[in-house]
Design a protein around this ligand. Structure first.
Ligand SMILES: Cc1cc2nc3c(=O)[nH]c(=O)nc-3n(C[C@H](O)[C@H](O)[C@H](O)COP(=O)(O)OP(=O)(O)OC[C@H]3O[C@@H](n4cnc5c(N)ncnc54)[C@H](O)[C@@H]3O)c2cc1C
Length: 365
């Protein structure tokens, strides 16, 4: 029996994996493939968007722990630079690297936990910027065909917190990510009013890169989008739910009672999941039972304390989902990925032949 996954997830929950492989050497990927007992392994990055079951997790988990970032000029366009990143490199390190090199395109992703390899899976994003905006190329291993594959950004089916890698779970291990960034001392245009206010600027203008990164980090701290210094929110997996897409009728009803709505493409609307939770009576810091709390600043982020288990965490998530469903007829979808079969999760209901993981869409500020 393998090592417990609780040391590999930010919630610090999770039982042993049947087989846990730590992949550290980019040049030794095929050795890792040979060692894997399963042809449908779960590739784990920083575990900041993963809720792992308390029970034995069947099959192989590969923890992507490769490091390395190199910059490469784009010959055809001297204003652009490619950053070639090993998949296990923390996203925030890549943001810092880009800042030092005066490259724009990642600045609004500062402070997001997790690895760059998971970025294209979730199409990780914040403040109007997402990985898809700068993603040039991915090198990945495709497990069903046992082939190394190069994919360009337009082959990844990116949507809001979604990609082909999410649509095709357990088939891909992303090994290297190439981001194409603009050589510029200024950030991409501000797309977010709160940040613009913090910088004393207007939406649409381009602040200096370093100021943009500092403002993002500050805003994340103040709004509970980064764990607090006192550590009370340390054990979390970000937002528990996506902002759901709602019907025209639901938009009309929720707008009348003050719900924050935003466009969701194709004329649809998303409603704030945090607002829905508050409307059914929850608040930051509230105890939800089983050692699970709403985080100190944010109702939508659930934090774990001793002696929480994944089972307890999932019971709370299911209860919140039911409460919102019965109040509004709106079904909340998970943001994190559920690995294994904690009792009561969707993954547990998928049956013995189903993959050991359920993957869904993701959300961000
Ligand atoms: C405090 C906090 C704040 C957050 N804020 C944001 C935010 O603002 N915006 C946002 O989008 N997200 C946010 N998140 C969620 C999370 O940090 C991101 O989604 C991040 O990209 C996940 O990276 P990870 O390496 O931890 O992924 P993991 O949890 O390890 O994995 C998540 C998914 O990606 C897959 N995966 C991971 N690595 C690979 C790989 N190399 N190849 C193939 N598949 C892989 C896994 O199989 C799984 O399906 C936040 C989380 C926390 C805890």
């Amino acid at each position: 029996m393998g090592e417990s996954l609780s040391s590999y997830t930010t919630l610090r929950l999770g039982g042993p994996a049947e087989q846990l492989l730590i992949h550290t050497d980019p040049s030794a990927w095929l050795d890792t493939v040979r060692l894997a007992d399963s042809r449908k392994p779960f590739t784990l990055g920083g575990g900041s968007s993963t809720v792992a079951s308390d029970d034995l997790i069947p099959g192989t988990v590969i923890h992507m722990a490769t490091r390395g970032i190199t910059a490469r000029r784009v010959r055809a366009d001297p204003t652009m630079v490619d950053l070639v990143c090993a998949a296990g490199e923390p996203l925030d390190n890549v943001v810092d690297f880009a800042l030092n090199e005066k490259l724009s395109g990642l600045e609004y992703l500062a402070g997001i936990p997790g690895t760059i390899g998971a970025g294209p899976v979730q199409n990780t994003g914040a403040y109007g910027q997402e990985i898809a905006d700068s993603l040039y190329q991915i090198t990945a291993y495709h497990w069903p065909t046992a082939r190394m594959v190069r994919l360009y950004g337009d082959q990844c089916a990116f949507r809001y917190r979604f990609s082909r890698f999410k649509r095709e779970p357990l088939r891909w291990s992303i090994l290297e990510v190439v981001l194409r960034l603009r050589a510029s001392p200024t950030a991409a245009p501000l797309g977010y009013q709160l940040l613009a206010d913090a910088l004393g600027a207007t939406v649409g203008t381009c602040p200096p890169l370093a100021e943009a990164v500092a403002a993002v980090r500050e805003d994340r701290l103040s709004r509970g989008l980064a764990p607090t210094a006192d550590g009370s929110d340390a054990r979390q997996a970000g937002s528990a739910f996506l902002d759901p897409v709602i019907s025209h009728e639901q938009s009309r009803h929720t707008r009348l009672i003050g719900a924050p709505l935003r466009p969701a493409g194709f004329g649809g609307r998303r409603v704030s999941a945090g607002w829905l939770l508050e409307r059914v009576g929850h608040r930051p810091r509230a105890s939800l039972g089983h050692g699970v709390f709403c985080s100190s600043r944010r109702t939508l982020t659930l934090t774990a304390t001793e002696p929480t288990t994944s089972r307890g965490f999932v019971a709370v998530v299911e209860r919140l989902r039911r409460e919102v469903d019965s109040a509004f007829g709106i079904r909340l979808e998970d943001e994190p990925v559920y690995l294994g079969s904690p009792q009561g999760t969707e993954a547990a209901r998928t049956g013995p032949d189903a993959p050991a993981v359920e993957q869904r869409d993701a959300d961000s500020p």
